[in-house]
Ligand binder design. Structure first.
Ligand code: ADP
Ligand code: MG
Length: 726
């Protein structure tokens, strides 16, 4: 049976009772399959001796030692035993907090197997987190080398939750492998396993949890990663095939920009003539590409486009052109954006640019193009007639939020779904809007899909991750834009930045101030767990130290509004403010009634206020490159020179330094995305991962990109072999 089909509850595993099950539930482990796919994040190798003298090169020492003295320190109830030990390489102290009983069980002269992490403190080598097991009560130092390590195995280290220990997980995993492991079938084709010298699924599951050595564990991990990537690619290629009849995105059409005007449909032509500026070559190219796809879709294929283009590159306008061609075919379009404020902006833009256009009707008359707006906040009084008009086909374009695919909404003939800032939507939502098209009154086909994103992902990745879509890119920016000036300033010099911003405010412009956190709050103290790895312990501590010094939007709002800019109107937005209030504040900012907007990354997406010319990001090293780029894209949207101030703290890491350098040197989103990938290495991939488009577990598309390429090739080959493609 397939591993994921072992849906027995964990309580069926010997030794797992209700209380352990409830701890597992906190880790989202409910079934045997969940437990078996709860892979270790690392392993601890206790097969090799690591002497005390090597303490600094390893997380843990693992050695045989002799207890040479007992000492006590502290008084009264605080009195604590200290075991002095040596393993021949060095002498060290074991601090036995809460373990006075070790005085008896580990007497002077006893030989012990010792595992622990050590560091120099107060002039001696110490450990307070160690395990010591007695080997012999009265041993001899000269014979140390003849003793064998008792405990020589590789141990899996799992992410824990409070109250759960490594031992408990290991035991439950062990039992479930014993009880269910034999029934697990291979999923990868045998020939692939052989070709790449991977292991069978049963072996992989056993040895990722209980390897005999690290090499074995790594091979198991590679196998599982490969398997995941293979099926991920298989599914994508299959979708591409079902949509277009070929399993890869192949763009072979030649585009001749000279033909641009000739190929426009009537409404597209009208819009072109209304524009006060020239379209960029890339805008034209993308419009022509989509025109071809839309025309083809009249014969039953479907367009599925991902349009990437930097902030401000004019994607919205391109999407309007796509809408117009659809409307010329007599069909409807929906434009969806992730937030109310952004969708409202699109709605207003559409109303202003498109409503004046005239559609020729069959009877030879004309009518105006009809644009509507829908969000959860539209009350019944206007909602009911709106829904009716939509259903009857009287609305040509509807712009809105998630409400566009809510239950009561029905379309007359939805033929184009546009999703702006697509990474903010999940696959489920994407399918929900496509379903609305399939349920249209007039046509029951899958509508054309246009997804837009200003978070470009590097090409190598986009091909594999979005392999079932056609990808178009707008690289050229509209002319006449003044590139944003980016200044790096060290913390301590904020007042200079505040004064520079004041000059802009005096000219009637507006400013954003962005901070890494919302409010000041104590971080919950992590429960102390001796089985946390050294690394985790250190990270927790680092986090605690760093967060102590983090500036919050709330405190800075008070400071800026009362001390720095009392003469200007300031406001605060962040995600803990209700959505209505956020919208209201942003609306006032847009109308220019607020000059200084203090915020968290909630302003990252979509807010379009051309009069805002300053973006100040404090503790900028706390933000990822993608976020910094998006935030900076909030300014430079008008004709005036804009500035971005990145203020960085004292604790700048090398990585942080490199990021800020990239921001200083470039405003090109694609370059920044490539750099982000290069700098970050393994780790989360902003945008794609959170979209749910990529539901990977053990694989990481960046770290494992070589395997990803191979998996893609193999998946394509297998798909073709099975006759699923032509
Ligand atoms: P994006 O969604 O790609 O970030 P928008 O579509 O919001 O960018 O466009 C940003 C601004 O640029 C809008 O005000 C739009 O009207 C304007 N714009 C779009 N195309 C052009 C162009 N070719 N020339 C000048 N301005 C343009
Ligand atoms: Mg946009």
């Amino acid at each position: 049976m397939k591993l994921l089909d072992i849906q027995k509850p964990v309580t069926q595993i010997t030794g797992v009772g209700p209380s352990l099950a409830s701890l597992f539930a906190r880790l989202n482990i409910f079934t045997v399959a969940d437990l078996l796919t709860y892979y270790p994040k690392d392993w601890e190798d206790r097969t090799k001796t690591i002497p005390l003298s090597a303490f600094s090169q390893h997380q843990k020492v693992h050695t045989i030692a002799q207890v040479i003295d007992h000492q006590w320190f502290g008084y009264g109830r605080m009195k604590t035993l200290k075991l002095i030990v040596t393993d021949g390489s060095l002498t060290a102290s074991l601090l036995c907090f809460n373990r006075p009983f070790l005085e008896r069980s580990l007497p002077i002269n006893s030989i012990i197997a010792l595992t622990g992490s050590f560091s120099y403190r107060f002039g001696e080598l110490q450990s307070s987190s160690f395990e010591a097991t007695l080997i012999e009560k009265d041993g001899s130092l000269s014979k140390l080398s003849s003793y064998k390590l008792l405990d020589s195995a590789v141990y899996s280290l799992y992410p824990l939750t409070a109250g759960l220990s490594q031992k408990q997980i290991r035991k439950a995993v062990h039992k479930s492998i014993q009880e269910y492991g034999k029934g697990i079938d291979n999923e990868l084709p045998e020939e692939i396993i052989e070709k790449y010298q991977l292991v069978h699924k049963q072996t992989a599951i056993k040895t990722i949890h209980e390897p005999e050595n690290i090499e074995q564990a790594l091979l198991a991990k590679k196998t599982l990663i490969f398997e995941e990537l293979y099926f991920f690619q298989y599914a994508i290629l299959k979708r591409a095939f079902e949509r277009k009849g070929v399993a890869t995105s192949t763009k072979t059409i030649e585009i001749n920009l000279d033909e641009f005007e000739k190929q426009l449909s009537p409404l597209q032509e009208q819009l072109l003539h209304r524009l006060s500026f020239e379209l960029t070559p890339d805008q034209k190219k993308v419009i022509m590409e989509m025109n071809l796809e839309i025309d083809k879709s009249q014969e039953g294929t479907t367009m599925a486009q991902l349009l990437q283009g930097d902030v401000g590159s004019g994607k919205t306008l391109v999407s309007f052109f796509a809408c117009l061609r659809i409307i010329d075919y007599g069909e409807q379009c929906a434009l969806m954006a992730p937030t109310e404020i952004l969708s409202k902006q699109h709605g207003e833009n559409a109303a202003q640019l498109l409503s004046p256009l005239q559609i020729a009707t069959i009877e030879g008359a004309t009518r105006g193009l009809s644009v509507a707006f829908l969000s959860g906040n539209i009350q019944n009084a206007s909602r009911i007639p709106l829904l009716k008009a939509l259903k009857e086909g009287e609305i040509d374009i509807i712009v809105g939020t998630h409400a566009l695919f809510s239950k009561q909404v029905q379309y007359n003939s939805l033929k184009l779904a546009i999703i702006d800032e697509q990474h903010r939507f999940g696959v489920v939502q994407r399918n929900a809007i496509l379903d609305k098209g399939r349920q249209s009154i007039k046509s029951q086909q899958t509508p054309n899909l246009l997804m837009m994103s200003a978070t470009p992902i590097p090409q190598t990745l986009s091909l594999t991750v979005y392999g079932d879509l056609d990808i178009s890119t707008i690289k050229t920016m509209p002319s006449g834009r003044k590139p944003i000036q980016t200044h790096l300033t060290k913390m301590g010099n904020e007042s200079r930045v505040y004064e520079a911003v004041r000059l802009e405010l005096q000219k009637g412009h507006q400013a954003y101030f962005v901070y890494p956190r919302i409010e000041n709050q104590e971080l919950e103290d992590e429960l102390f767990d001796t089985e946390l790895s050294e690394q985790e312990d250190k990270e927790n501590q680092d986090n605690r130290e760093k967060s102590g010094t983090l500036k919050s939007a709330e405190e800075m709002y008070t400071f800026l509004s009362e001390q720095v800019y009392p003469e200007y109107k300031c406001a605060l937005v962040h995600s803990k403010v209700s959505e209505d209030e956020q919208n209201h504040t942003l609306e006032l900012f847009r109308k220019g009634q607020i000059q200084v907007l203090v915020a968290t990354t909630v302003v990252e997406v979509g807010v379009d206020v051309p009069n805002a010319t300053c973006m100040v990001i404090e503790q900028a090293e706390r933000f990822g490159l993608a976020a910094l780029h998006q935030l900076r894209g909030r300014v430079g949207r008008g004709k005036d020179q804009s500035q971005c101030f990145l203020i960085y703290g004292d604790t700048l890491t090398e990585l942080g330094k490199s990021r800020l350098k990239v921001m200083h040197e470039s405003t090109d989103g694609f370059f920044i995305a490539e750099e982000d990938l290069r700098l970050r290495g393994p780790g989360e991939l902003s945008g794609i991962q959170q979209s749910g488009y990529l539901t990977l577990g053990i694989a990481d598309p960046i770290r494992d990109r070589e395997l990803l390429e191979i998996a893609r090739k193999e998946a394509l080959y297998q798909l073709q072999k099975s006759g699923n493609t032509t």
